[in-house]
Design a protein around this ligand. Structure first.
Ligand code: HSE
Length: 344
């Protein structure tokens, strides 16, 4: 039985989703996997910061956030430490980095992850910014310190797209990846197919919580491009950045385009594609008109999907959620279980 002491940096939707999973499933996780998780610290710029070496009851953390909108009143040994102090000075084995995503600088997450790895702590993150911008550098630091960095939730939330690629398909020779990896745009395109105007469909996606804080990131394809960079660097041993992705969003697509495709039996989807070429990996995000028989054509709403084309297996497609509180929170558990399996 291994017990992990966890420090959580950023306690928004995903952090709270993780706490809910731990509150509801700790017993099962202990029984099934022989793994215990103790949340010893939480640091959040809005909700406050607390540290308790014996650990907190995750249900109590959620109750305080729900009822009082703060962690400041949770009984704790230490309060008020900032994120870096929490990372460095708490007795923890795993740092869960969930600060807000910034695809331009990757901060503050890059600094948090570096500090954690340099302190010899595993890092689990669903934060796309630092991984799209610095995956290789961070992985090197992790290796130098004998710890791991789990990034499953950066693409398709807890749907194990990266792990399936890394652990089960890399050996089959991945030559091409094609995916619907932004839920907001797939939701908008689906609603437009149903007859809704673009603006209303976008407002619905925002209300349902799929969209980024600034939805330009979704509709202009930046979010998908960031995820594509992660897929390329993690699964195709590439070393590309956002600048290397040819990108076009969905804002140029008109309702007439969608109707016309529909009449021809086709659908428009925002497709993120990677292809291995003799001179490197080619990365592209753009709307594509797909025939209904295409495996990605029937993926509706905010659902994500990815097709790996491999030398040994041909096409393998995975369909599942790409966002959501519990769905993304689960990615952290999925990574922790993987790290723990390697210890045995
Ligand atoms: N805005 C993202 C999406 C959230 O719509 O897919 C998950 O990364």
């Amino acid at each position: 039985m291994h017990e992990y002491r966890m420090a959580i940096i950023g306690f928004g939707n995903v952090g709270q989703g993780l706490a809910q999973i731990l509150a509801e499933r700790s017993e099962l996780i202990r029984k099934e996997f022989g793994l215990g998780v103790r949340i010893v610290a939480v640091s959040d710029v809005k909700l406050g910061s607390i540290y308790q070496p014996q650990g907190f009851d995750p249900a109590v953390l959620l109750a305080y956030v729900g009822a009082r909108g703060t962690l400041a009143e949770v009984p704790a040994k230490v309060r008020g430490w900032d994120s870096l102090r929490t990372i460095r000075e708490t007795e923890s084995d795993v740092v869960v980095e969930l600060s807000p995503t910034d695809l331009k600088t990757g901060e503050p997450a890059v600094g948090h992850i570096r500090a954690a790895l340099e302190s010899g702590k595993h890092v689990l993150t669903t934060n796309k910014g630092p991984i799209a911008l610095q995956y290789r550098a961070l992985k090197k630091i992790a290796e130098a310190h004998g710890v791991e960095i789990g990034v499953e939730g950066t693409v398709m939330s807890g749907t194990p797209a990266l792990r399936m690629g890394m652990e089960y398909l890399k050996g089959a020779g991945i030559v091409r990846i094609q995916g619907i990896i932004n839920g907001t745009t797939n939701y908008i395109l689906t609603r437009m197919q149903d007859g809704k105007p673009y603006i209303e469909a976008l407002a619905e996606a925002q209300a349902k919580g799929y969209a980024e804080a600034d939805p330009i990131g979704d509709v202009e394809g930046y979010d998908a491009a960031g995820k594509l960079v992660i897929l390329a660097n993690v699964l195709m041993d590439a070393s590309i950045g956002l600048i290397d992705v040819e990108r076009e969003g969905i804002t140029g697509l008109m309702r007439e385009d969608i109707c016309e495709a529909e009449e021809g039996g086709d659908v428009w989807k925002l497709i993120a594609g990677l292809e291995r070429k003799p001179d490197g990996v080619k990365a592209r995000v753009r709307p594509e008109r797909l025939p209904r028989s295409h495996p990605l054509a029937s993926v509706r709403g905010a659902t994500n999907a990815i097709t790996y084309t491999t030398e040994l297996l041909g096409d393998v497609t995975l369909i599942g959620p790409g966002a959501g509180r519990l769905e993304t929170g689960y990615a952290i558990l999925c990574d922790l279980l993987a790290i723990d399996r390697r210890k045995v």
